[in-house]
Write a protein that binds this ligand. Structure first.
Ligand code: PLP
Length: 418
């Protein structure tokens, strides 16, 4: 028998958390359900129908089935399949003036797009800037890349976007780093469900344009949920021209949510800049990162999604399939808002998207009490995240009752502490 005296892993790799906390809680909820308990699992960002089955768009299943196997089996170009990239750019940027200022690469989902942005727009040892409520993998990706993320308070006391706090965060990054990558995940922010109104978008665009006059600035709009944004879905586009006066704008696009293809790992990073020479540099830098990490992306997925975006008849059906799902979610959001208001829960403005937060003095305590009642949500600092995308409408009363009980318990214990 051989004996190893110490781990061959690097010191940084020895203490890694191997699973994501959301996937871990989701696993626990599933195990209890399989053992026969009645469980409401509102942890995961995948849209489920009211029977608890993952929602699949028939048009997408058809598009995947009709990709010729010989074509799918071959490599796609390193930076991505050109028709796919053109289709994604057009999906995001209808206006020819914006379209002509963009380049793109394929990435494994939106996660790959975020990886690309942090790798190429944040210097080693520096930080990206985002809201204090954020999608957990942002700092995980950044730390893996030997960078990090710092935050600014997202909400003012009236629960609107805290523009002044964002400006202070920008100031600090410019002063200490001499550059900035700002990450914003609107519409349908994960975890809060908040969507910016047009005044908030314009305030942000102005602040970003001012910052770009002083130092190199890039703004990443993580658009993971933009197809579920209802009336505020497209407001971000109006902010682009002002931002582009002085900054590079990055758009993270993913088929995970807009085509319900979480498993396909198809996404894109679209980069906009007015200058052709800079666009060449951007395309080269992003292509280099593709080669150096995942290399070629999933060809089958790119071919199917291209068909879904470009074929007139299929894209019409995909839009209709998605509209049904948006409507399913809308009815849940309305039912949730009504019941949450009646139960006196403290929630931010929520008009669409997969998630919402409910504020509580103690997220961990609240989630633990709810788990005892068979209801799974994600604990955060000062809140819990509820995946309404995974909550059938009929279960909303149970969800609200568990939230109320969990928050009451957290408040009672808060009152007891010295
Ligand atoms: C805010 C946000 N950004 C990006 C993603 C990336 O998702 P994917 O890598 O599955 O496309 C997610 C997925 O949950 C998300 O919630």
């Amino acid at each position: 028998m051989t004996t190893h005296t110490s781990s061959a892993l690097t010191s940084a790799s020895q203490a890694r958390e191997g699973n994501d906390p959301i996937f871990r809680l989701n696993g626990e909820a599933r195990a209890r359900a399989e053992a026969g308990e009645s469980i409401l699992d509102a942890t995961m960002g995948a849209l489920m129908d009211d029977e608890g089955q993952i929602a699949v768009m028939p048009s997408v299943a058809e598009a995947i089935a009709r990709v010729p196997t010989g074509k799918a089996a071959g490599y796609s170009p390193i930076s991505g399949s050109p028709p796919f990239l053109e289709a994604v750019r057009k999906d995001l940027l209808e206006h020819p003036d914006l379209l002509s200022k963009s380049v793109a690469v394929t990435t494994p989902g939106g996660s790959g797009a975020i990886y690309q942005a942090i790798k190429n727009f944040v210097e080693p040892g520096h930080q990206a800037l985002t809201t204090d409520y954020y999608w957990g993998p942002y700092p995980v990706i950044a730390q893996h890349l030997e960078r990090d993320v710092s935050t600014f308070p997202m909400f003012s006391s009236d629960l609107s976007f805290d523009l002044e706090a964002m400006k202070r965060g920008i100031r600090q990054h410019l002063d200490t780093q001499g550059r900035l990558l700002l990450i914003l995940n609107f519409p349908c922010h994960n975890p809060t469900g908040y969507s910016l109104d047009s005044g908030e978008w314009m305030g942000i665009a102005e602040a970003v344009r001012e910052a770009g006059k002083e130092a190199p600035v890039a703004v990443l709009l993580d658009l993971a949920y933009h197809r579920f944004g209802g009336e505020s879905a497209d407001l971000w586009i109006d902010a682009l021209p002002k931002m582009l006066d002085t900054t590079t704008v990055l758009l993270a696009w993913t088929a995970s949510k807009s085509f319900c293809q979480y498993g396909a790992r198809i996404g894109s990073l679209v980069a906009l800049h007015p200058d052709q020479e800079e666009r060449n540099k951007l395309a080269n830098a992003l292509g280099f990162t593709c080669r150096a990490t995942w290399s070629n992306s999933n060809h089958l997925g790119q071919l199917a999604v291209t068909d879904l975006l470009v074929d007139p008849e299929l894209s019409k059906r995909a839009d209709a399939d998605r509209a049904e799902l948006v409507e399913l979610l809308r009815t849940r959001v309305e039912a949730f808002n009504r019941a949450a208001g009646a139960a006196g829960l403290d929630v931010p403005r929520y008009d669409g998207g997969f998630f919402v937060v409910v504020f509580t003095p103690d997220g961990e305590k609240t989630a633990a009490v709810m788990r005892d009642m068979g209801v799974y949500v994600i604990p955060l600092k000062g809140a819990v995240r509820v995946a309404l995308c995974a909550t059938p409408e009929s279960e909303i009363p149970r969800l609200i009752a568990a939230l109320r009980a969990g928050i009451d318990q957290a408040e009672a214990e808060q009152g007891d502490s010295p």
